[in-house]
Design a protein around this ligand. Structure first.
Ligand code: ZN
Ligand code: ZN
Length: 173
């Protein structure tokens, strides 16, 4: 199981040829965000200029509820849609101008014809990661005044403003 795929064979084929990769569990470490697991299927399609990676994957990662701090597993569904360009021509060994296709992603296939999905999936994960993960939508959180977990007990502190407003404020800042 690897997020590194050797695509030398696919690059030799005609546009339209495909190679399917099944992902089931590779670690996707992100600095400061802990490990994550990737599951799903990505189809690599040979195009005129490179390789198009597409598919739906689920990325699950350990997180902490932003209200009550219990550990939760957040699962993110992401749609992969990226073009990878070779840096050298497989047959001639000549360098390929990476600016050939202005719409293509900056990701490239290295000179050993290895396509690395790690950074791509990391970016998808970062983009899809919730700013404030919750153990459940109606989590009551911890009382900021006395520390009581309000999912388990009620305390006699003054009621706080609706926690939904706090979440909204977080989103706005
Ligand atoms: Zn919670
Ligand atoms: Zn309290």
């Amino acid at each position: 199981m690897d997020l590194l795929v050797n695509v030398a064979q696919l690059l030799k084929e005609q546009a339209g040829a495909t190679h399917t990769i099944d992902l089931d569990g590779p670690d996707l470490e992100i600095d400061g965000a802990g490990p994550a697991f990737v599951r799903g299927r990505i189809v690599l399609t040979r195009t005129d200029i490179g390789i198009w990676a597409s598919g739906d994957v689920a990325i699950s990662a350990d997180a902490t509820c932003s209200r009550c701090l219990v550990p939760v597993t957040s699962s993110l569904d992401v749609r992969v849609d990226d073009t990878f360009l070779p840096r050298v021509d497989l047959v001639t060994g000549a360098k390929i101008d990476p600016t050939l296709d202005p719409d293509a992603d900056t990701a490239s296939i290295d000179v050993y014809h290895v396509l690395d999905l790690t950074n791509t999936l990391r970016e998808y994960r970062l983009a899809a990661m919730p700013l404030a993960p919750l153990c459940r939508e109606e989590c009551q959180g911890i009382c900021p005044q006395c520390g009581t977990d309000r999912n388990q007990a009620t305390c006699s502190c003054e009621p706080e403003p609706d926690p939904r407003w706090a979440t909204l404020r977080e989103l706005l800042t």
